[in-house]
Ligand binder design. Structure first.
Ligand code: NAD
Length: 328
């Protein structure tokens, strides 16, 4: 990691009690940084923060300040951004199906909340805002692998909200000189990803089902493919984007994936084999969900070239590191 213990910086991590936010917190504190965290516990959990702090020596935990609050409240954002060097913005409603049911809440949190963070960062002269976008912005564009410049029609209010983030990120960079960098995450997985939410992602859901010897549901015929990215690679991308000194990257967006493609059937057998589950537990097939895209696979050359991103974990290695957390 590029972080130095000698000159700690102050980082604001929004969505710090969530899956990705808690991993950012863990790496930053481990590396001697000061962290201010914001979360409203909408989908995040107190246990995620407790899990991080439990693993760290007390002197590192002391460098963490948590604020329970909401990114939709400008005053909260403004107060939090004071004295902050880097913002890693991850507070959002991340569910496509939820956004189709309630687009207004998705907009309020994902768009207005982000705008508040941008304004607060600009007013407080923050050095960099790195924010979470999503591969959902590729919509129905069939091109594979996905390249940053080729977007299709958006398939959900969630995708629209993430595209709005990218446009605002670009505008704040251009109009206000606030260096922003957007990271289009593909399917991120790892420890602390919630298997119990009604909109849980496929990896935590299947791991939990197989541990309980319950059948897994495959949406579609199993040929749907995804680029599964281990959470430590996402952490690496955030830190490299925050510390990147190449102005060409400011106001821009980057694919963050593993750069490989795995079908749901391949994923199912990988998890099953890792867990040592017998062949008699067959998956159950059902309809694909509205708003889901058929194939997703990242071209990560732009992130490699401009921010120095280099994924270090294959799906297999990431799964080996993830399973013990679910088997606790
Ligand atoms: N996990 C993935 O595969 C993936 C893929 C693409 C993009 N993303 C994006 O990455 C970010 C983090 O995702 P995650 O998987 O860690 O999700 P998560 O739900 O675990 O984390 C989001 C966190 O934000 C908090 N939050 C929500 N609204 C808030 C608000 N108004 N104010 C303060 N806190 C609020 C939640 O309580 C939660 O702790 C999100 O922006 C998501 O859209 C994730």
């Amino acid at each position: 990691m590029l972080l130095t213990h000698d000159s700690p910086a102050t980082w604001l991590v929004t969505g710090v009690a969530g899956f990705i936010g808690s991993h950012l917190l863990e790496t930053l504190l481990k590396n001697g940084q000061r962290v201010v965290g914001l979360d409203n516990f909408l989908t995040g959990k107190k246990e995620n923060i407790a899990d991080v702090l439990r693993r760290l020596p007390p002197e590192k935990s002391k460098e963490f300040t948590f604020v329970e609050g909401d990114s939709r409240d400008y005053k909260t954002c403004s107060a939090l951004a004071k004295g902050v060097d880097y913002v890693l913005h991850h507070a959002a409603l991340g569910s496509v199906p939820h956004s189709l049911k309630d687009p207004v809440t998705t907009h309020d949190i994902n768009v207005t909340g982000f705008l508040n963070i941008l304004r607060a960062s600009e007013e407080n002269k923050v050095s960099r805002v790195v924010y979470a976008s999503s591969s959902a912005v590729y919509g129905d564009d069939p091109t594979l692998p996905k390249e940053e410049g080729h977007l299709g029609n958006l398939l959900s209010p969630y995708a629209a909200s993430k595209r709005m983030n990218e446009l605002y990120g670009q505008v704040f960079s251009r109009c206000y000189g606030l260096p922003t960098i957007g990271l289009r995450y593909f399917n991120v997985f790892g420890p602390r990803q919630d298997p119990d939410s009604s909109y849980a992602a496929v990896i935590p859901l299947w791991i939990q089902s197989l541990i309980k010897t319950q059948p897994c549901y495959i949406n579609g015929d199993g040929s749907t493919s995804r680029d599964f990215c281990y959470v430590e690679d996402v952490v690496q991308a955030n830190i490299k984007a925050a510390l990147c000194q190449n102005p060409q990257a400011y106001g821009d967006v980057f694919n963050i994936g593993c750069g490989t493609r795995t079908t749901l059937l391949e994923l199912y057998s990988l998890i099953k084999n890792e867990l040592g589950v017998g062949d008699d537990l067959l998956p159950l097939y059902r309809e694909t969900r509205p708003g889901d895209i058929q194939h997703s696979f990242a071209n990560i050359e732009k992130a490699r070239n401009l921010i120095g991103y280099e994924p270090g974990y294959s799906l297999e290695t990431g799964l080996k590191l993830t399973l013990p957390w679910f088997s606790r």
